[in-house]
Design a binder for this molecule. Structure first.
Ligand code: HEC
Length: 109
């Protein structure tokens, strides 16, 4: 009895998996971060960009940012603080939650 799927089914599976990875890369928190946040906060979260430095963005990995709760970080993203723009209404709650997780990732958490 032959149990191997045909070559075309295998090929279809590979294409589907590849496409879903590509879609994730373009719509996940990392993509949102790169599109909306990195110009100030930097790709690594250090805030080491011209805009970030002039506005006073802190390194996300600084101990006082690391020790803020998820709710606090979420609050800053939604309501803004000083030069940090407010994103409520521009990003869904899910997007903001994803960005908080992404910032934790940048912090190595
Ligand atoms: C126009 C520049 C700019 C953009 C764009 C920007 N930020 Fe900020 N962000 C700042 C500045 C400046 C601060 C520091 C605010 C302050 O003075 O407390 C900040 C602070 C924060 C903080 C709080 C960290 C801390 O210092 O305690 C978080 C979290 C944050 N930003 C996330 C984001 C996310 C997520 C995005 C994208 C959706 C984003 N920021 C986009 C400038 C920016």
């Amino acid at each position: 009895m032959k149990m191997l799927p045909s070559k075309s089914v295998l090929f279809g599976l590979i294409v589907m998996v590849g496409l879903s990875f590509a879609a994730q890369a373009q719509s996940g928190p990392e993509a949102a971060y790169k599109a909306k946040c990195a110009m100030c906060h930097g790709a690594d979260g250090a805030g080491n960009t011209p805009a970030g430095k002039s506005m006073g963005a802190k390194d996300f990995r600084a101990p006082d940012v690391v020790s803020e709760t998820d709710a606090q970080l979420q609050g800053v993203i939604e309501h803004g603080r000083n030069k940090m723009p407010a994103y409520q209404g521009k990003l869904s709650a899910d997007d903001v939650g994803g960005l908080v997780k992404y910032i934790r990732q940048l912090q190595g958490k």
